[in-house]
Design a protein around this ligand. Sequence first.
Ligand code: PBG
Length: 327
Amino acid sequence: MDGFRRHRRWRAHANLRRLVREHAWQVDDLVYPVFVREGLNGKEEIAAMPGVYHFGLDAFRREVAELAELGIPAIILFGIPADKDEWSTSAYREDGIVQQAVRAAKAEHPDLVVMTDVCLCQYNPAGHCGVVRDGKIVNDESLTLLAKTAVSHAQAGADVVAPSDMMDGRVAAIRQALDAHGWTDVAILSYAVKYASAFYGPFREAAHSAPAFGDRRSYQMDPANAREALREAASDVEEGADALMVKPGLPYLDVLRSLREAFPLPLAAYHVSAEYSMVKAAAEKGWIDERSVVEETLLAFKRAGADFILTYHAKEAAKWVKASSWR
Ligand code: PBG
């Protein structure tokens, strides 16, 4: 008797560890964010996000074929329009870049789940997620435009619309509009808990969506708040959300866990742009082993309670899995 427990017995070799492993990630859990840019020929790499590109429509078609081949179940589309105006009209035009991309993806790969980000910030010169009036982001007028945008995405064939604007009441407005147009089967993945985060820096450069004045703190959540996340999520559930999301990822695993415990809905984590950029930068310097860091990160999201994960690493993760039989 040595008077202590021998936890190491289950760690002694690989097959013992396999037996008692509690969590795992798989390609089934991954959603790949894709940027489509109106008027672009070919593709253009995003400086702060090596390996992530803006795609013109043709290059996008080729990318989608590759993703489908890799077995990635879903993409989420972000549009970069050629024109911006006060009413964000490019967000809900029938021939807007996202609408065209949805049609192109669905025409060739009807099984691929196509999600769309529903927001206005890429589409108006103020770079805010809602309508701007007298320097303020006005809530209720924004709802009409967000709902129009979601309906136009559904019309193009989107399976899931994902509002990321953080206006109050958007889930209800979008649900009502979708149903009124007959899109009762289109699901809403709500960015229910989206923090005003510095971790979106590279995305804003990528999406040309940095605010022209002020910041997003009057609508995105204060990183200091955790209980508020439960109130935000509860409203979205009441309003008809079909799935909830927490964003950013690793710095908010506590929030992810608390939503997992409070709501039985499917739950997503968004592993955001700066999280990707930091991994890439450190890996380039040879300071970390990229694959190990990414795999551990994906596992952490699963352990904290995510059903699926939006990540810019999805494509390379799928390639790693393809190249090895078991981990
Ligand atoms: C649009 C939107 C943003 C992200 C997703 N949708 C930027 C923002 O809110 O500023 C961030 C994604 C990322 O950083 O990877 N509102």
